[in-house]
Design a protein around this ligand. Structure first.
Ligand code: AMP
Ligand code: MG
Length: 487
């Protein structure tokens, strides 16, 4: 099969990677194949599902035209700079221009040790690989920019994790690119301003063709604008990334590296699930300020380019202003999304208070974030009010609803409810469902994983027989629930 690789990163960014072959797995087996994405990439799903495909999607045979390499990058991890990280268990095979003309990276995760592995084994295991698969597909279906899984394969190896053995696995990941804030940090810390320029020119041509070549300040603002939209989209569906290190923030604006990620059940700004985030640095409500912090680190890497006329102070002042513009951009993006979630047309001064009061009520009563918005649409249709059933202070709730209805005005309620349902998912990959599906898969039963995948791929359309996928986790589950990196 001809993959039609065209590998600009390998060609143009010498010095930003080391050529590296994936390890050959002892007994590869395909576990999941994303046929829709394969077709989008112009690859034949039938061939990919066969012997040749399994070999290619497990690292057993490097497909023709691929130039496998491990990317070099740095990064702030939980606020501490690691000067050299790099792909410790990943390999970029190359790039394919898809049917829409978009250039996409094809990369492995879990394909063995590389020059950047440090103490790690370079492996991934089936549970976390399938978590990244299903959560990525859900995010895509929710309309959120994200890397996606093309395939998951087991390697036939047993890998030591958390004191036990687990099936080794490889995820084939498709991304707009794997350029990260950490890639720029690596260039700035280890290279000269010319290295940063080469990287910036590459990133701008690939992701921001609308910015004039050489306009690095414009590039900075464009990345900030995309991240503001991305974080607002996470917040509006209750997504918690879990490890927002600078090496896990893309330049393209896609969500990347689903590790200990999770979704809110009860609305709680302080919610944190990750086992490694003991300080709560990356808790739900902290995601916008962390994004701002990461973007400040990104801006610093560009200072050499921004201060080329010699006026460093002016460059710093300008970059600071651009970084701080994240706050207004994020606030506007979030407000727009929340208005849509409540069916509010246009923008009115008092919307902020109306939305804030609802969120306070949700926090106070520990209302399920996802179901509440679907429930409010049902109320508009005249169906029973199940949000109200979960609220203690009924007078406050009724008063809020009266204000909401007044703000909606004389609109057609059925149309408004339909508009709300088009942005408020009924199905998300709820943590307990994900855990259940992964546990079954590790035991050899892929049916729950496949079922969950098919449910979350159509998140806005309520279907009969899927009630348990729409329901919040039992309280016993959420109390004490933690997610692991699985690394
Ligand atoms: P991640 O948590 O996947 O974003 O990875 C952070 C850094 O640790 C990256 O440089 C990874 O390549 C590296 N890493 C994570 N897991 C492993 C592993 N099992 N073996 C080697 N390196 C790893
Ligand atoms: Mg990472």
């Amino acid at each position: 099969m001809d993959w039609r690789f065209d590998n600009t990163y390998a060609r143009e960014l010498d010095g930003f990677y080391v050529p590296w072959d994936p390890a050959v797995p002892p007994a590869p087996r395909l576990v999941a194949l994303n046929t829709e994405l394969a077709a989008e990439l112009g690859l034949d799903p039938g061939v990919l599902a066969g012997e040749e495909g399994v070999a290619a999607l497990s690292g057993a045979v490097v497909p023709e035209g691929a130039t496998p390499l491990a990317q070099a990058y740095s990064g702030h991890q939980f606020g501490q700079l690691s000067p050299m990280l790099g792909d410790g268990r990943a390999v970029l095979l190359g790039e394919i221009v898809d049917r829409h003309g978009n250039r996409r990276d094809i990369a492995f995760k879990g394909s063995g040790r590389t020059q950047f592995s440090r103490g790690g084994d370079g492996k991934a295991v089936l549970g976390p690989v399938l978590r990244e698969y299903v959560v990525g597909e859900a995010m895509h279906a929710l309309g959120i920019p994200t890397t996606r899984a093309l395939a998951a394969a087991t390697t036939g190896e047993q890998v030591l994790r958390d004191g036990g053995v687990q099936p080794g696995a490889i995820l084939t990941r498709v991304a707009a690119s794997h350029l990260r804030v950490g890639t720029f940090q690596m260039a700035a810390h280890h290279g000269t301003v010319e290295h940063v320029r080469r990287l910036a020119d590459y990133a701008m041509a690939r992701h921001y063709p609308e910015v004039a070549p050489g306009d690095y300040a414009g590039f900075l603002s464009a990345v900030i604008a995309r991240q503001a939209e991305l974080i607002a989209s996470w917040m509006s569906i209750g997504f918690i990334h879990g490890v927002m290190n600078t090496d896990n923030m893309t330049i393209s604006g896609e969500t990347i590296d689903y590790g200990p990620c999770a979704f809110l059940d009860a609305y709680d700004e302080d919610q944190v699930f990750s086992s490694i985030d003991t300080g709560g640095r990356y808790r739900y409500g902290q995601q916008p300020p962390i994004a701002l912090w990461n973007l400040s680190r990104f801006a610093e890497t560009l200072l050499g380019l921004l201060a080329e006329d010699g006026d460093v102070d002016a460059a710093i002042a300008d970059a600071t202003e651009r970084v701080e513009a994240f706050v207004a951009a994020y606030d506007a993006a979030r407000a727009a999304r929340l208005r849509a979630k409540l069916g509010l047309a246009g923008a009115v001064e008092s919307d902020g208070v109306l939305i804030g009061d609802l969120l306070s009520m949700m926090a106070m009563n520990r209302l399920d974030f996802t179901s509440t918005f679907r429930g409010l649409a049902r109320v508009l249709r005249g169906e029973p009010d199940d949000v109200r059933e979960h609220v203690l202070d009924l007078a406050a709730y009724d008063a809020w609803q009266a204000r909401w209805r007044q703000r909606l005005g004389e609109t057609d309620r059925t149309a408004t409810a339909a508009a709300m349902d088009a942005v408020n998912p009924v199905y998300i990959p709820r943590n307990h469902l994900v855990e259940e599906a992964l546990a079954a898969a590790v035991d050899g039963d892929l049916a729950p994983f496949e079922q969950l995948l098919s449910v979350v791929r159509e998140p806005f359309t309520e279907r009969p027989g899927l009630d348990r996928y729409a329901e919040p986790a039992p309280a016993e589950f959420t109390t004490g629930y933690v997610t692991y990196c699985g690394t």
